[in-house]
Design a protein around this ligand. Sequence first.
Ligand SMILES: Cc1cc2nc3c(=O)[nH]c(=O)nc-3n(C[C@H](O)[C@H](O)[C@H](O)COP(=O)(O)OP(=O)(O)OC[C@H]3O[C@@H](n4cnc5c(N)ncnc54)[C@H](O)[C@@H]3O)c2cc1C
Length: 334
Amino acid sequence: MIVFPTTLEEAQASKGTIRAGGTELAERRRLPGLGGDLVDLRDTAGLDELRFAADGTLRIGAGHRIANVGSNAEIRAVYPGFAEAVGGLATPQIRAVATMAGNLLQRTRCWYFRAPETGDRCFKRGGNMCSARAGDHLYHACFDLGSCVSVHPSSIGMAMLAYDGLVDVAPGGLRSVSDLLGDGTNASADNALKPGELVTALVLPPPQAGEHSAYFRAISRARSEWPLVEVLVRLVVVDGVIRDAAIAMGGVAPVPLRASVSEAKLLGKAPDAAAFAAAAQAATVGSAPLPMTGYKLELVVGSVLEALERAAERDPVVLPAPVNKLPRTSQETR
Ligand SMILES: Cc1cc2nc3c(=O)[nH]c(=O)nc-3n(C[C@H](O)[C@H](O)[C@H](O)COP(=O)(O)OP(=O)(O)OC[C@H]3O[C@@H](n4cnc5c(N)ncnc54)[C@H](O)[C@@H]3O)c2cc1C
């Protein structure tokens, strides 16, 4: 059975798996035992807002289509790194249908998790082993954080981590994206959302004055693929000195990670080649590659360096005007 609740309350009270754009769920539901009732959010009111609050915070409704967020001129000016990560993921067709929350909450792409023959042994499907660890893990983790060695699939989760983003959950309210996605040690889940909980919005704090940002992905083909490694960099440069830095990495671990040693190395330095090279090298601190994922460490160093250089070459971001409601585009039909 599929229900189409029109209010959040109705959606929360409905029994079944939540469907947003359905682009990830449709494929997973073909696996044995993963069908069942659906709660489709297509008609649910209150999930499509897009606005800056008076304090400059950006609130993006959970049901907003990825394409509309990635192409929004104001978001591109205020959060260029975020807009690049969002606007370049997957394919134009997927971005036109998929939603912001669906992206954040998509399940791992690990081929053992998604294979009918091996899936039910997988930690993330209630089993007690990780077939990838001893098997083919070419696209898996190079930071081995626990029993599961898959990588978190969400580019938006990685991007939100760089912005210390928040997620609004009903019931319960705001929680940090790092709380929602966890620390990667819980092999049985891709996020900490509980049954009955619904993400209603993604929230980004305002950028800082003097902030520069950029996104880079190392990918095995030109497009239409998850990245091998992806990086979002934010640099706050005041009077020629780096005052703050945030570097988030995806494709490297069961959760997106912050390169905190690299961030610390940048503080107080001029944004120059020497500082960037040292920070990029430090991005592998804590890594523990699997037999087949050692190649990712070079990609981590190169991707962090590339994103730092791109960020530094850009003009500082535009700070949001207070109480600025973003215009809806004609594509924003839900
Ligand atoms: C070729 C290809 C390349 C891709 N490349 C990338 C990439 O580079 N980066 C990337 O990030 N993704 C990539 N994707 C994945 C794609 O972005 C996801 O399929 C999509 O974002 C899922 O969004 P959706 O709205 O369709 O989610 P759905 O399929 O509807 O849902 C996904 C999950 O989220 C849950 N959910 C959805 N909304 C809510 C809510 N409001 N509250 C609670 N739970 C909810 C659902 O129950 C489900 O478990 C790629 C996909 C393809 C096919």
